[in-house]
Design a protein around this ligand. Structure first.
Ligand code: OAD
Length: 234
């Protein structure tokens, strides 16, 4: 492949697995141990906000203790060294891409690191422990929630992502099972717009048929190898 053209990268929980953060759908994954209806829907939050906040407080603590791995670092290297735009879109709510050195990361499913006021939309740094009815610093109402996108809600930045997919020469999907839409539809959209599609994942995803090439293995192996090949191309 020549060293030219915009790249769009989509990452999922698999890229952070080797940093010690669990995935959702693998054996032992979060959604095999917990019911996503209780923990990742507005209805679940309305039923039991304390339970939901405790879950996100625990996950935030895990994220703060985790370190980026070689795959996160390789993508930061690619963003710094590629001559054309590299749009990094993540479904992850951790900040490991940023801590690995990526300058710009599109968090389509939000982030653990901010709290969101459900009443006025104000965002602020999430405290270590969020509690039900924490007052919003802007409007003082007790409507604080994690700034993460739950099932039934619209992911963030879809216009910007759609525009990048239209322009992409290459679309690469890393560490995602390809089961949650709209992200699961990005490979088809990029391909329809003319991009070459690549999958880097432990195993073939649900979307495997939509990729022109695939490299299966641990993210910390396959992502740096792919980036090195790209950056050393003439
Ligand atoms: P999943 O748990 O659905 O998929 C993780 C993928 O990573 C699987 O295909 C694994 O095979 C792969 N994987 C596991 N370990 C890996 C490793 N070391 N290296 C490379 N790949 C590995 O996670 P996502 O696809 O990210 O949404 O899930 C999508 C969304 O579903 C999440 O953003 C979250 C969840 O519900 C919300 O919370 C809104």
């Amino acid at each position: 492949m020549s060293k030219a053209g915009p790249i769009v990268i989509l990452t999922g929980a698999g890229i952070s697995a080797e940093s010690g953060l669990g995935t959702f759908r693998d054996v032992g994954g979060l959604w095999s141990r917990y019911d996503w209806r209780d923990l990742a829907t507005p209805e679940g939050f309305a039923r039991d906000p304390g339970f939901v906040l405790d879950f996100y407080n625990w996950r935030r603590e895990r994220v703060r203790a985790a370190e980026p791995n070689a795959a996160h670092r390789a993508l930061a290297r690619l963003q710094a060294g590629w001559p054309d735009p590299v749009t990094l879109v993540t479904q992850n709510v951790d900040d490991l891409h940023e801590r690995a050195g990526s300058a710009e990361v599109i968090h389509m499913h939000g982030t653990h690191l901010t709290a969101l006021c459900a009443a006025c939309g104000h965002r602020w740094p999430a405290p270590d422990v969020m509690r039900p009815a924490d007052p919003c610093p802007a409007c003082a109402r007790g409507a604080a929630r994690p700034d993460v996108v739950w099932f039934g809600e619209t992911p963030y930045h879809l216009d910007r992502i759609g525009a990048a997919l239209e322009e992409a020469a290459v679309f690469v999907s890393i560490g995602t099972s390809g089961t949650v839409y709209p992200a699961a539809g990005f490979a088809a959209a990029a391909r329809a717009a003319g991009a070459r599609t690549i999958e880097l994942n432990l195993e073939p995803s649900e979307n495997a048929a939509l990729f022109d090439t695939a490299h299966h293995g641990k993210a910390s192996d396959v992502v740096p190898a792919w980036v090195d090949t790209l950056l050393s191309a003439p």
